[in-house]
Design a protein around this ligand. Sequence first.
Ligand SMILES: [Cu+2]
Ligand SMILES: [Zn+2]
Length: 203
Amino acid sequence: MKYIKISVIAILAMTMVNCKETKKNAADSSSEGLDKSVNQMETRSPEMTEDGMGESLTIMMNAKNNSKMKGEITFTQEEDEVVMKAEFTGLEEGTHAIHLHENADCSSEDGKSAGGHWNPVDERHGKWGDEKGYHKGDIGNFEADADGNATVDFSTDQWCIGCGDDAMNIVGRSVIVHQGTDDFTSQPSGDAGSRVGCAGITK
Ligand SMILES: [Cu+2]
Ligand SMILES: [Zn+2]
């Protein structure tokens, strides 16, 4: 296998001829290094091909608990990442928690119809990326300025938009903004106070 030495180029090349190479490789299977490269591509390829690459969803916040908050959130699938961009107005100045919650149901006045934090892999509540665990909805905190405006930019390869994996698919969940701050410690939800905004993530 000549191209083991230039494996980086080989990986790039195989994104274009992945299927062909996989078959060829299964037939002669003489190169471990190449097998690994092919396997990496295979584990990534389902979400990149079938599951809504480039797909984008924009949802609007509903004010809860008599708040004045408004806002718009866009989720975009970009290769293996979901990029979230949010713009909020009408908040109280200061730090607010933002999470994905279980249900795309914002019908109740207190926002509790959205359920608890989205936690598909049964971990403890925490700061995103904490080795002790965190919910797949634990986005964290953001700051609203003196005029009550805020933007939130977040992206992760642990979400997808409409793929078949329930541990990743954010469709059917909701975005909740809280009055208070997530302390990243209190269980099960960071003691972030009442829910001032809710948006169901639906297509
Ligand atoms: Cu929350
Ligand atoms: Zn949580």
